[in-house]
Design a protein around this ligand. Structure first.
Ligand code: G3P
Ligand code: MG
Length: 250
């Protein structure tokens, strides 16, 4: 039996080449052959879902405030591309709405991994908001919701059992496929050092997939491909695509 081709998840878009979590990074991911996109969801003061990794706006825009304290009409004016090296081409990129990414990808086959950044700030009600946005775009079968906040994932599974979820974790959980099943999750979004081939095989027997993060070097990618994971999250989707194509040619 041949193993299905792993999903190439572009981490924060093609963030190895473009400022993370911008429309430029998402478009570039598609151009480079990504079959999936991972992104981070936070919420503005006026309740808009936006794509930015940090709770604070500081690192990627220079504004020293929290996302949760600023209304979207102010956030959208911030430059989220200027910080990225000296590449002037990205100046003027703004922080996207979740809706912008769903619009970009709704007529493609791309799998979208929405990481809810609700481990630090709980953003009460965010789960239902995300599910509503996904349903509005008819994308329920192409979404994987993940979070380090596993209570939030369990809630997502109760609210929308048809939308896949992935458990994010850093360390060597014991038999994590059992844990995933306990909260109704479909996938393990494990830090890549917490992945061994025998665990991937056993998880698969239980119907649970591994989507390790964040794997950027070729050696790490080869190790994950040898483990036969179902997807890999990387800043360099083209690098991973090349390895998958080489492997297919063997
Ligand atoms: O979803 C995988 C990965 O993005 C989790 O860590 O900090 O890059 O969001 P982080
Ligand atoms: Mg993330």
């Amino acid at each position: 039996m041949t193993t299905p081709t792993p999903i190439i998840f572009a981490h924060r878009g093609a963030s190895g080449y473009c400022p993370e979590n911008t429309m430029a990074a998402f478009r570039r991911a598609l151009e480079l052959g990504a079959t999936g996109i991972e992104t981070d969801v936070q919420r503005t003061a006026d309740g808009q879902l936006v794509l930015i990794h940090d709770e604070s706006l500081k690192r990627t825009t220079g504004n020293d405030e929290l996302v949760k304290d600023v209304a979207y009409e102010e956030i959208v004016k911030l430059d989220a591309g200027n910080w990225y090296g000296s590449v002037a081409a990205y100046a003027g990129e703004s922080i996207p709405l979740l809706e912008d990414l769903l619009e970009l990808t709704k007529d493609t086959d791309t799998i979208i991994n929405l990481e809810l950044k609700n481990g630090v700030i709980p953003y009460e009600g965010m789960e239902q908001q995300v599910i509503d946005a996904v349903r509005k775009h008819g994308m329920s079968d192409r979404i994987v919701i993940s979070s380090f906040n596993h209570y939030s994932l369990a809630l997502c599974n109760r609210l929308a059992p048809d939308i896949r979820t992935g458990v994010l974790y850093m360390e060597g959980l014991y038999e994590p496929w059992k844990y995933a099943a306990a909260i109704g999750a479909d996938a393990l979004h494990a830090y890549h050092y917490a992945v061994l081939p025998e665990w991937v095989a056993e998880a698969r027997e239980h119907g649970v997939h591994y989507h390790p993060f964040t794997v950027n070097d070729e050696a790490g990618m080869k190790r994950m491909l040898a483990c036969e994971v179902s997807g890999i999250i990387t800043d360099y989707p083209d690098r991973l695509l090349n390895l998958i194509e080489e492997k297919g040619a063997l």
